[in-house]
Design a protein around this ligand. Structure first.
Ligand code: ACO
Length: 436
């Protein structure tokens, strides 16, 4: 056998098996041949939460969590954040290469042609209660798009996929801005295709009686950079959800709604909102040590800290921290930044966090900028979802073109009862009291 193999020895049977090493992994299906007898189903792998399982091959995003590296299609995130616009990066994620000037111009034009939403979709949004969470509105409205575009179901047609891609990237800022205005009882502002992607979004959010909101270029650029940083992050919880739903060939609107639902969780994209709540709760720098002790005693988590993959500083958090300083030159300095910096300093010096390799993640500083720009915390995760739609679409496309992929369907280890017979109702004792 070549060197690129493992030999697995089964002490139950005395047999040995050579297993191919595939790009540094073992194919779980190769374990199936390991059996105690011909009737045996074969060995499976057990990996709750995918702690050590690659679910796909992907050429989109590269992360080296130990070294704090993030690249889209090979380009370091730092360079993309410095030199590119969000739509340029969205193009890169989707098509694999950065666009030429004319390609970018055409791409921007095409996206702009899809920013309007159907008036009936607006009516659906009107039906939400005024204090409905903005992520709830976004998730539901994304799913509702599916009913407006039945052609989207033909997911194997590349032209259909391309059209839904333009629709989703074009419409998501409109839906997000309408969700924001709805919560404030303000009339909706329709898209203005003379404006850039981010400027148009800002216009839809904040225009009042003026004919056009002239966005501050520093703030518009900061938001664009934040969009770039959030555009993709390989197989995280939301993207894995997207791939699972899309693997059943569900249309991209419902698949992306499902991914956004996963993103809304406080352990995932919802953490940016939780960080602000936490900083409010801490209140002043003097309260930080007591808060850290509280976390170390297992009474809560330091939100915006820790990551499944990064065991080093999240490179996005570093760029966001720098961007915050730019934003504060225009807005008032958000006093929460000083609390966050001190919290980070104390945590990074503490044995508990050092030992567990817990560093600030993307959500630790983003909310502080959003708040300084005038966003309420309930809008933070929506701001995360807007650019992530581009990444989800790139992953969707990759999944559908990957011959290795099939409908996603994990196995389980059954731990319930053996077969038993139904007994008459008057003889049953019912379930034991549990905490479930
Ligand atoms: N504060 C305090 N302790 C923490 C934190 C935290 N933020 N994160 C992890 N830990 C501890 C755990 O208690 C555990 O300790 P133990 O070994 O003594 O039991 C250890 O570190 C490992 O934590 P896990 O939960 O096993 O790590 P996992 O990889 O499953 O979780 C996660 C990653 C969910 C991001 C976690 O770090 C967390 O809850 N962080 C706070 C929420 C957050 O900021 N989420 C945003 C992540 S970025 C994103 O999704 C966009």
């Amino acid at each position: 056998m070549a060197d690129e193999t493992f030999t697995i020895h089964d002490h139950r049977t005395g047999k040995s098996y050579d297993t191919r090493i595939f790009k540094g992994t073992v194919r779980a299906m190769d374990l199936r041949q390991i059996k105690t007898d011909p009737e045996d189903f074969g060995t499976m792998s057990y990996d709750p939460a995918f702690m050590n399982t690659a679910s796909c091959q992907s050429a989109i995003t590269f992360i080296d969590g130990d070294r704090g590296i993030l690249r889209y299609r090979g380009y370091p995130i730092e360079q993309l954040a410095e030199h590119c616009s969000f739509l340029e990066v969205a193009y890169l994620l989707l098509y694999g290469e950065l666009p030429t000037e004319s390609q970018l111009k055409e791409w921007v034009r095409e996206v702009a042609l899809h920013t309007m939403i159907h008036e009936n979709l607006k009516k659906i949004m009107d039906g939400f209660h005024h204090d409905a969470h903005r992520m709830g509105i976004l998730v539901s409205t994304l799913a509702a798009l599916s009913t407006f575009y039945p052609d989207a179901k033909n997911v194997l047609d590349p032209q259909v996929r391309r059209l839904q891609t333009l629709r989703l990237i074009g419409k998501v800022p409109t839906i997000a801005a309408f969700a924001y205005r709805h919560s404030l009882g303000l009339p909706y502002v329709y898209p203005d295709n003379d404006l850039g992607y981010t400027e148009n979004f800002m216009n839809m959010l904040w225009r009042m009686s003026e004919p056009k909101l002239v966005a501050n270029p520093v703030l518009a650029r900061a938001l664009d950079v934040l969009f770039i940083l959030h555009a993709d992050h390989e197989q995280n919880c939301g993207t894995n959800t997207l791939r699972t739903v899309a693997s059943a060939h569900a249309d991209p609107f419902v698949a992306i709604a499902a991914a956004a639902a996963a993103l809304s969780g406080p352990l995932h994209g919802g953490a940016n909102e939780e960080v602000l709540k936490m900083l409010d709760e801490i209140g002043t720098k003097e309260n930080i040590p007591a808060f850290i002790e509280h976390v170390k005693a297992g009474k809560g988590r330091l939100m915006g800290f820790g990551h499944r993959v990064y065991k080093n500083y999240d490179p996005r958090a570093r760029i966001i921290k720098r961007t915050a300083e730019e934003v504060f030159k225009v807005t008032q300095r958000n006093p929460k930044l000083d609390i966050a910096i001190e919290l980070e300093r104390i945590a990074l010096d503490d044995e508990y966090f050092v030992k567990r390799k817990l560093y600030p993640n993307v959500d630790f500083y983003s909310g502080i900028i959003y708040q300084a720009m005038g966003f309420k915390p309930e809008m933070f995760t929506v701001l995360f979802a807007i650019p992530r739609v581009a990444g989800w679409l790139a992953q969707w496309q990759e999944l559908l073109l990957d011959p290795d992929q099939k409908i996603s369907r994990p196995r389980q280890i059954y731990i319930g009862h053996d077969k038993r017979d139904v007994i008459p109702i008057d003889k049953r004792t019912g379930p034991k009291a549990t905490s479930a």
